[in-house]
Write a new protein. Sequence first.
Length: 357
Amino acid sequence: IWCANIKLNHSTLKLIHLLFCSLRPCVRRYRVVRRLRAVVTMSGSWEEFFATHLPPTDFEDNRSLLKEFCDRHDRQSHRIVLVTSGGTTVPLEHNTVRFVDNFSAGKRGAASAEYFLEQGYAVIFMHRLKSLEPFTRHFSGQKLLDMLEMQEQSNNTTIRVKQDSVFALAPVLSRYQAAHAAGAILHVAFTTVSDYFWLLRAACEVLAKSGPRALLYLAAAVSDFYIPKDSIPTHKIQSDSGPPVIHLHLVPKLLAPLVNLWVPNAYVVSFKLETDENLLIPKARAALEKYKHKMVIANILQNRHQRVVVVTREANQEVLLTREELLAGVDIEAPIVDEIVRHHTDHIAERGAAGSR
Ligand code: PMT
């Protein structure tokens, strides 16, 4: 239209065309440079986080355990899943009395770990210290003590499982003992968001060798905000100097380097927790689009143990328990894990790796 209005002649048009052709490589180069700059900025922020936060004191021990565990299962071509579970904290003081916490009981991660074991996976269970754990989650609080009875005769004390509790305890105990006898589960614990970052990267470093046989199931509730180390007071904040003003910074999202750099061949599943139903699927889709991983499990805080939506590039699939199933204690994690294992199997086949169980 522009050409028609200005009535350019044929040779002027040809000249413009040639000019465009000669500029095209420069434009392409400019776009590449812009993309690289974006990566540098992004990596700068998570690298800066690692540079300014020391590893936890037990880090080297955990790193050795992770390496030994993955090497052993790699030699047998086992599938390995990293399950992260529980919430991370952000300390308000170096000698921590107060902290900001992310909500998560750890049920999702602990139950899922059991179902992955059932499916033949080796499980790295990376969890918040004192949150729910596989197998023991069934007997939290006073439940275990209520199952026991004690008999005292002269100097002899015997403790036994009550007859009506054997039915509940035996199957869990048998699965627990089988998993531990096979060395199929490794527990590593975190408390703060910085502990979590260090452990997650160390786990990814050793999982990279498993290629597509590695599965990451990132169910932990990770802090989005933190206080930079140099802004945290050493000692307990005192109330006599008035209400403290706390300036929070954004935590860099680890999904970006994890998917692109650390475990590029693994099957990565992240979670999206919302409290507003209208935001749930758009935000899950936006995460898939942004990080280019494989799956997002979307859940609403209030009904997270009854309903989730499995979001992949191709579809949104609802997993729903009936009220009766929920009351009967059925775990929604069983169908979630089934679905993920199906996708992971396809992923291994696509990448052409030997993914024997
Ligand atoms: O433990 P339960 O009580 O059973 O509850 C389970 C659950 C609700 C905690 C779980 O199902 C869940 O939704 N976990 C993820 C909660 C969460 O932190 O969502 P998010 O929108 O803040 O983060 C989304 C994803 O980004 C997460 O997979 C997280 O691993 C990742 N992330 C988050 C922060 C960060 N700095 N880097 C990240 O990579």
